[in-house]
Design a protein around this ligand. Structure first.
Ligand SMILES: Cc1cc2nc3c(=O)[nH]c(=O)nc-3n(C[C@H](O)[C@H](O)[C@H](O)COP(=O)(O)O)c2cc1C
Length: 164
């Protein structure tokens, strides 16, 4: 069983999150971290984690292009994550990330989506809480996959509590 983490990143935070995730489960399963722009081979991956940052109100197009290039990841188990800042803006921000950003990245996916997660991104100063959440989330995703479960709820930073 192999896990592929496919991401793109402009300023490095999504890449960092992808690598932290790989480290968190690397002792248990074989993990490949690959950039969406490099036509990654996911043939032998039964669980595909797809991650994108949000720029100008949408996930980086390279990630959607990757999904489309693999026939929507048909036949795969897929977990999706995004990095953005809109989630910081209380209840409205949270609803917006679900309705717009998460929908845009999940839309082309034909595989079985087993988890969806919104992370707080950053621009200059690395967010250690995001990295901690990434480690915790990927372990739960792997566990869900192994038990053939689905994490139904879209998860948000800080455990999904509304602040506004
Ligand atoms: C030019 C620019 C545009 C951005 N646009 C959005 C946006 O529309 N919505 C949002 O929630 N976050 C937005 N962000 C925040 C990024 O999603 C966040 O900084 C993310 O962690 C960047 O990922 P990266 O470091 O992997 O490129 C923007 C950041 C920058 C620098």
């Amino acid at each position: 069983m192999k896990v592929c983490i496919i991401y793109d990143s402009e300023r490095g935070s999504t890449e960092k999150v992808a690598r932290v995730m790989a480290d968190a489960i690397g002792g248990r399963v074989e993990v490949k971290v690959l950039r969406a722009t490099e036509n990654p081979d996911i043939e032998d991956c039964s669980l595909v984690i797809v991650g994108a940052p949000i720029y100008y109100e949408r996930p980086l197009p390279s990630v959607k292009n990757f999904i489309l290039s693999k026939d929507g990841l048909k036949g795969k188990n897929v977990a999706v994550f995004i990095l953005c800042i809109a989630d910081k803006f209380g209840r409205l921000g949270k609803a917006y990330t679900e309705r717009r950003y998460m929908r845009l990245i999940a839309e082309p996916i034909k595989g079985r989506i087993i988890a969806r997660k919104v992370f707080d991104g950053w621009i200059l100063k690395e967010n250690p809480e995001t990295l901690r959440e990434a480690q915790e989330w990927i372990k739960r995703v792997l566990e869900a996959y192994e038990r053939e479960n689905v994490l139904e709820e879209i998860e948000h930073p800080g455990g999904g509590e509304n602040e506004g």
